[in-house]
Design a protein around this ligand. Structure first.
Ligand SMILES: [Zn+2]
Length: 392
């Protein structure tokens, strides 16, 4: 055990030293992981982005059969610019049992533990595969996982379970809300403020749009599932930013609205999008275009991350609970890649070392004790019947 911990600390130090901020390449870190997993006997595939700047890593130990489990983590980290760090964020530093560095808890700690234990998995008489899925661009809308899922489907890879190692303090998490972000751009027609009827005021249409969004809130509250365990229990909408116009006396030609919603159930996102599209197509655009046919409202999807739906039956949750001796599982307010894997038909739970409280902040840290718990859980998994019994 101590041997694994020492090795994991050294490997985490190495992973932290790759500055894999989402805007930059993750190739060096992925190459490092690939080499290490290959050494352990894994079949490794790198799935590059079209520009080759980033890659997903997918690796498999054990037989090529359906079932088994995916250990999933994202390789990217959030930026450190404008954050006040006590020391170099890309140099791991231990102080009093805590490991400081960007990505320690979110989520290179989990990736280091899983990768260091690959030889332990390889040693077993695996009857079902263990997959490692390390993705890019999670922090900017789960882009890597979004590309990985169809690639796995194409290859006929059908794992039964996935563990997403996001920081949960090693608690078992069986559900989270989704997160959908949009930027809506309004283009109208500028003009003199004294003749509003001759222009198309983009700011005013943006305000109408926002008013419609706010209207939907009441309906979303009514739609909340009775047994929802989220706080608040319904799908929320937040308008985060409105910009537009140039001066008091000018009809605003341009405006922009940034908004997000956090759906508690599958149907809610579609409900909101359909309602807003109807408002745009049947009310706002026709009015704008009576003055200027080229007037437009364009919605950019910044990111749509599916929620992790709580399921009565969830083999990944039950497996984690038994490995950790936990009774029950919880839900969390933050989003992960879990929903994407769930949509592939896997049972999925989120469980990883460290606290989300420390994620994305300056002086991000991971307690060594958390890493030990994670190693214990993964070693238990390597010896679990789930992987060692005959596939059906
Ligand atoms: Zn994360």
């Amino acid at each position: 055990m101590k041997k694994h911990l020492g090795e994991t600390l050294r490997y985490l130090e190495r992973l932290v030293s790759y500055p894999t901020v989402s805007s930059d390449s993750n190739r060096l870190m992925v190459a490092d992981l690939a080499a290490r997993l290959e050494d352990a006997g894994a079949r490794v595939e790198l799935l590059e982005t079209p520009d080759g700047k980033k890659a997903n890593l997918f690796a498999t130990l054990g037989p090529d059969v359906p079932g088994g489990i995916v250990l999933s983590g994202h390789t990217d980290v959030v930026p450190v610019a404008d954050q006040d760090w006590t020391s170099d964020p890309f140099e791991l530093r231990e102080v009093g049992g805590a490991l400081f560095g960007r990505g320690t808890c979110d989520m290179k700690g989990f990736i280091a533990a899983a990768t260091v234990l690959a030889p332990e998995f390889a040693k077993q008489q695996l009857r079902r595969p263990v997959h490692f899925a390390f993705t890019y661009d999670e922090e900017v809308g789960c882009l890597g996982a979004r590309a990985l899922v169809p690639a796995l489907q194409e290859r006929g890879i059908r794992p039964a379970m996935a563990i997403i190692g996001e920081p949960t303090g090693m608690q078992v998490i069986e559900g989270h809300k989704g997160c959908c972000e949009y930027t809506v751009r309004f283009s109208g027609l500028e003009g003199h403020g004294s003749a509003p009827h001759r222009g198309v005021n983009a700011v005013e249409y943006a305000v109408r749009y926002v008013a419609e969004l706010m209207q939907l809130r009441g309906e979303l509250m009514m739609r909340a599932p009775e047994d929802s365990r989220f706080e608040p229990p319904w799908t929320t909408i937040n308008v985060g930013r409105i910009t537009g116009g140039v001066a008091h006396n000018v009809i605003a030609g341009k405006a922009e609205v940034d908004w997000e919603m956090r759906p508690v159930q599958d149907g809610d996102a579609a409900f909101v999008k359909t309602a807003m599209q109807r408002v745009v197509d049947t009310e706002l655009l026709p009015m704008m275009r009576t003055i200027r046919p080229e007037a437009d409202i364009v919605t950019e999807v910044v990111g749509e991350v599916a929620g992790l739906q709580v399921m009565a039956e969830n083999a990944a949750r039950d497996l984690l609970a038994s490995l950790l001796g936990a009774n029950g599982a919880d839900v969390v307010p933050f989003g992960t890649e879990a929903g994407l894997f769930q949509q592939m038909g896997m049972s999925v739970a989120v469980c990883g070392p460290g606290s989300i409280e420390q994620a994305h902040k300056p002086d991000e840290f991971l307690r060594i004790e958390q890493l030990e718990k994670c190693l214990d859980m993964l070693l238990g998994l390597a010896r679990s019947r789930v992987l060692l019994q005959d596939p059906r």
